[in-house]
Design a protein around this ligand. Structure first.
Ligand SMILES: NC(=O)c1ccc[n+]([C@@H]2O[C@H](COP(=O)([O-])OP(=O)(O)OC[C@H]3O[C@@H](n4cnc5c(N)ncnc54)[C@H](OP(=O)(O)O)[C@@H]3O)[C@@H](O)[C@H]2O)c1
Length: 294
């Protein structure tokens, strides 16, 4: 079975565990996603509930248009700032050093924070700057590094990259990316990109760990879930941890928010992991970042 170098032993893994990134920063092993959660009450209530039931890691983005509500929920949670890990992302229309610098400040302002724990390039080759991705990513990354040196960003990451995007970036980066947030679940293992992350000591962060819901109806997953007396969502999230990825689960439903973090009292057998590894495309595949109209 494939295991990343970040993988934690199931015997010690619990909801308060963290992965140690390549710059020493500690990142909670499960995150709460907020894509497609409406700004205002929906985001506020979901994030507040997530923090209440034990998530300590919230993933948002400028593009999700809900940073203000995330920030309000963080403040009202009553938790110390240092106990919560917050990630946000640079939106595609920002293509210069200055624009990225301003975007970081604007995200901090909307979130009401003095720093974020992680800041990502959301997309490596968007229609906003295709086909000049090398120049754009180099410029915005420099702004991210300056914010990192200024203490406004505790770790830097990338998202949806492929080899050519990453290696172009590494040619000029002063700070190595610490994480790579990408579409990964049993339906698309993205083995080549995961191997690249391993090579550069970059943690693989699994977005859409439930295939945005599509995975949960597959008979193989339903059968394994029944065997462990768990739900298909819990099996899919645990699968991420078994490989040493960091799953980002999204739900706006309180019972599911709780269910999705209740994945630390069981471990999957090698045989069941293999069945899941072999699902190959049954619930969809990652899109191509060079051609998707985003
Ligand atoms: N970097 C990127 O480009 C990128 C792209 C996509 C996602 N992400 C991040 O990754 C996060 C997760 O990905 P995702 O939003 O695509 O989806 P996901 O977590 O794979 O799936 C969410 C969907 O599954 C449903 N669901 C959640 N828990 C469930 C459960 N226990 N039982 C049944 N259904 C359940 C949710 O419904 P309800 O909400 O209605 O309960 C929602 O429809 C995002 O929110 C975002 O933070 C990043």
């Amino acid at each position: 079975m494939f295991k990343t170098k970040f993988r934690l032993d199931p015997k010690v893994l619990n909801k308060d565990s963290f992965y140690t990134l390549n710059n020493g920063v500690k990142m909670p092993v499960i995150g709460f996603g907020t894509w497609q959660v409406k700004d205002g009450e929906e985001t506020y209530a979901s994030v507040k509930e997530a923090l209440r039931v034990g998530y300590r890691h919230i993933d948002t983005a400028e593009a999700y248009k809900n940073e203000e509500s995330v920030g309000r929920a963080l403040r009202d949670s009553g938790l110390p700032r240092a106990d919560i890990f917050v990630t946000t992302k640079l939106n595609n229309p920002h293509t210069t050093y200055e624009a990225a610098k301003n975007a970081i400040e604007a995200s901090l302002k909307r979130l009401g924070l003095e720093y974020v724990d992680q800041y990502l390039i959301h997309w490596p080759n968007s229609t906003h700057f295709r086909p000049h991705y090398q120049k754009r990513n180099k410029e915005v990354y420099r702004a991210m590094e300056d914010a990192y040196f200024a203490g406004k960003i505790r770790s830097i990451g990338i998202s949806n990259f492929r080899r050519h995007h990453l290696e172009a970036l590494l040619a000029t980066a002063k700070v190595k990316p610490a994480t790579h947030q990408m579409y990964i679940n049993p339906s698309d293992m993205q083995a080549e990109v995961v191997a690249l992350n391993e090579k550069y000591n970059i943690l693989t962060v699994a977005y859409s760990p439930l295939g945005t819901g599509r995975l949960l109806v597959l008979p193989e997953l339903i059968e394994i879930a029944a065997k462990y007396k768990k739900t298909p969502a819990q099996i899919a999230l645990r699968w991420s941890l078994e490989h040493g990825y960091l799953p980002l689960a999204k739900s706006k439903t309180p019972s599911r928010i709780k269910e999705n973090i209740d994945i630390f009292d069981f471990s999957l057998s090698k045989k069941d992991i293999k069945i899941l590894d072999d699902l190959k495309g049954k619930a969809g595949l990652a899109g191509d970042p060079d051609t998707i109209p985003f």
